[in-house]
Design a protein around this ligand. Structure first.
Ligand code: ZN
Length: 219
């Protein structure tokens, strides 16, 4: 089973994607993680991607598509994937459909985690991540016990370059102006379901599972 989870930064998408993939027994493939790994390893693709991410811009389609399709073709993704952060554009969605089609696969269900922009801004502007294990904190809603230090491993907290001020606004603009076109694309295929992401973590997880079951019954 192949699922796409769409949500703006700060929508809780990463957290929900991990839980959902675990409960469905499929692999969580986050394009952001693929980029960060490529950047850490200093690959040519990673260095190219970094210049875009640092400016709060989207990485070009050809870089993204080849990285994601490569990952999906690996053996541990054979029973299905939950795509997180990809596709973001119609061009990417079409390339994904073509790539999956060549492998005799397809997207089964597309979930949109819906959160109002003002809520996203509040969540994002306070987000900090620990250097050792990427534990997530929020100075507004979930502060660490000691300022600037991770409760769990004592490592230093930092803000990702794409979580800071203007970059956040830019990314939300891009999301609301461009990603929205994907909804038409997948609604026309009868695969789109919207889920209220402005609830507690447990409630959102339950709503997502229900939407997937509804989607299975439709097939
Ligand atoms: Zn930590």
């Amino acid at each position: 089973m192949n699922i796409i989870l769409i949500g703006a930064q700060g929508s809780g998408k990463g957290t929900q994607a991990q839980r959902l993939a675990a409960s469905l027994g499929i692999r969580h493939v986050a394009s952001g993680d693929l980029f960060r790994k490529a950047i850490d390893e200093g690959t040519e693709l990673g260095q190219k991607a970094k210049t875009y991410i640092d400016q709060g811009k989207l990485v070009p389609d050809n870089l993204t598509v080849s990285m994601v399709l490569g990952r999906i073709s690996e053996p541990d993704c054979a029973s299905g994937v939950l795509l997180d952060g990809f596709p973001r554009t119609i061009v990417q969605a079409q390339a994904l459909d073509e790539g999956l089609g060549r492998a005799g696969q397809r997207i089964d269900c597309v979930l949109y985690l819906e959160v109002p922009r003002n809520v996203l801004l509040k969540r994002l502007s306070g987000r900090y991540i620990c250097k050792a294990n990427q534990h997530v904190y929020n100075i507004n809603t979930r502060p660490p016990k000691v300022p600037g230090i991770c409760d769990l491993d004592g490592s230093e907290l930092y803000q990702r370059s794409d979580d800071r001020g203007e970059a956040v606004q830019k990314r939300l603009d891009i999301f609301f102006n461009e990603t929205v076109h994907l909804f038409d694309y997948y609604a026309n295929q009868g695969k789109l379901a919207a889920v209220n992401g402005n609830q507690g973590i447990e409630e959102v997880a339950g709503s997502l599972l229900k939407a997937i079951n509804d989607c299975r019954e439709d097939v």
